[in-house]
Design a protein around this ligand. Structure first.
Ligand code: 5GP
Length: 207
């Protein structure tokens, strides 16, 4: 069985990554990785579904025990991807989506160079601030911090394999799926197939 793909999705806070990713994983071929974090749950977030919420001590222990595929600090909190689940999912031939920030993407790319990284951009300036304020889940200081981080994140969009725009949700989802589908036709993924056909045809020719 072919291994599944690791898909890394990032974007500035408020760009709507969460919604995009939730829609993509409605497709049975895609699974979402649930991260571990030390930040407090927001209203409506469920432990084990949105994140595995934990303490700093526990998080550091997980790092020490090599249980994390990658981890980073973001706005004063730790976030990381449990290694086991990613490995098990791709071994089952399913694609796994990691919705993580740029430091995590760089770490995963070093470990799994064939992972596909996608950066989601807002369609115009001002959208991020508007969405963060509309969400109403953060205080002013947190909004200011997240805006600064968001600008920094957009400056790093060039580090990704693909940049997709989230103007209209449906189009953004289709674009991401197209990018993921196109990956399988990269020559590195196709050359074994070509070799198989060639070998058979050459055998026939020699007879
Ligand atoms: P939030 O607090 O808004 O849920 O997430 C803050 C940032 O952390 C987002 O950019 C999100 O993509 C990122 N993030 C969530 N989980 C992980 C993770 O496991 N690893 C890394 N590196 N970043 C993560």
């Amino acid at each position: 069985m072919d291994k599944g793909k690791v898909i890394l999705i990032s974007g500035p806070s408020g760009v709507g990554k969460g919604t995009v990713v939730k829609e993509i994983v409605k497709d049975q071929n895609y699974v979402l990785s649930v991260s571990v974090t030390t930040r407090n749950p927001r209203e409506g977030e469920i432990d084990g579904v949105s994140y595995f919420f934990t303490t700093k001590e526990d998080f550091l222990k997980r790092i020490e025990n090599h249980l994390m595929l990658e981890y980073a600090q973001y706005n004063g909190n730790f976030y990381g991807t449990p290694k086991d689940y990613v490995e098990q999912t791709v071994a089952q031939g399913k694609n796994i989506i990691l919705e993580i920030e740029v430091q995590g993407v760089e770490q995963v790319k070093k470990l799994i160079p064939e992972a596909v990284s996608i950066f989601i951009m807002p369609d115009k300036a001002g959208v991020i601030e508007h969405r963060l304020r509309k969400r109403g889940t953060e205080d002013e200081q947190t909004i200011q911090n997240r805006l600064k981080i968001a600008l920094n994140e957009m400056k790093q969009a060039h580090k990704y394999d693909y940049i997709v725009i989230n103007g209209e949700l449906e189009k953004c989802i289709d674009d991401i799926k197209s990018v993921i589908n196109a990956e399988q036709y990269k020559k590195d993924n196709m050359l074994d197939f070509v070799k198989g056909v060639l070998e058979n045809d050459e055998k026939t020719l020699c007879q």
